[in-house]
Ligand binder design. Structure first.
Ligand SMILES: [Zn+2]
Length: 160
């Protein structure tokens, strides 16, 4: 992309600038445009506009093909489609957790969420919900309840 937009120097060392877009040598007779933002010269208003549109990756909106993600247009207007939360992302409540983690279920406990260190242990209570709304469960080797967000059930199916 970054081409030296000049012709080879003339005998006297003067450089002749080229239009950044079409490489035409720029002359005083042209309607030369300059972009302070890009520090580029163009041979004409049209070349400048083309370059600006290309630079900004601007495209005419085509309803079927080039709509940005989660955007759609119909006769009602221009809509942003709300992202639908999938059940996998939604945190479990205590009932959902207890349904698949009977007491004694082998689990991995991640003391710090989203870090790879874990402890292999088992649940020693059913989960319950704190006043804060956090769902916690007791696990072997730890006092009190720990957040179920830090608990991952050991799945033996995944070893296949
Ligand atoms: Zn040009």
């Amino acid at each position: 992309m970054n081409i030296a937009n000049t012709m080879p120097p003339k005998q006297n060392g003067e450089m002749i600038r080229l239009c950044h877009r079409c490489q035409t040598p720029l002359k005083a007779s042209m309607e030369v445009e300059y972009s302070r933002f890009l520090n580029e010269f163009y041979c004409s208003f049209a070349c400048a506009v083309d370059r600006y549109f290309e630079y900004m990756e601007s495209t005419c909106v085509d309803i079927d093909n080039t709509m940005p993600e989660k955007t759609e247009i119909n006769n009602e207007g221009f809509l942003f489609v709300q992202e639908v939360q999938s059940d996998e992302i939604k945190p479990m409540n205590e009932n959902e957790f207890n349904a698949i983690h009977p007491i004694g279920t082998p689990v991995l406990y991640y003391p710090i969420a989203h870090t790879p260190e874990y402890v292999e242990t088992v649940t020693r209570s059913e989960a319950w919900t704190l006043e804060s709304g956090h769902v916690v469960v007791k696990i072997k080797g730890f006092a009190g309840g720990v957040s179920i967000d830090h608990i991952l059930k050991i799945s033996h199916e995944s070893e296949a």
